[in-house]
Design a protein around this ligand. Structure first.
Ligand SMILES: [Zn+2]
Length: 124
């Protein structure tokens, strides 16, 4: 019944360097997170321009590794380097990794959104 419809094309904006997300993140949330996370939520690398080396470019991150949790509390932007390192590790576990040690990433240096996640995640 519904015709082919018009596929809504993502507006090519200044943010178009960001890899299109594959996570069914609604556009409003995507935009909100893009506006919020101007830096990698982990290492703080700035997402400045398309000229960034690949590993410093932003990528979508599920703070809790559950792609069904698509909320502003769980969706963030981090650089590809951090994302690749974190992989499927638990946030708290990853913060103790060599990568984080090397990059000076601790629960105190991460973005507020991550600190919040750590708090609510740690239970006790
Ligand atoms: Zn990073």
């Amino acid at each position: 019944m519904s015709g082919p419809g018009q596929k809504r094309k993502a507006k090519a904006s200044a943010k178009s360097y960001l890899t299109m997300n594959r996570w069914n993140i609604p556009t409003w949330l995507e935009q909100e997170v893009i506006d919020r996370d101007r830096h990698c939520v982990y290492c703080g690398a700035r997402f400045t321009s398309a000229k960034l080396p690949r590993r410093s470019r932003p990528s979508w991150e599920h703070i809790i590794n559950d792609e069904n949790i698509v909320t502003r509390e769980n969706i963030a932007l981090c650089c590809i380097g951090c994302n690749a390192s974190k992989g499927t590790k638990d946030l708290a576990v990853w913060l103790n990794s060599k990568y984080c040690g090397h990059h000076g990433i601790t629960r105190h240096t991460v973005a507020p959104i991550i600190r919040t996640a750590l708090h609510s995640n740690n239970g006790a």
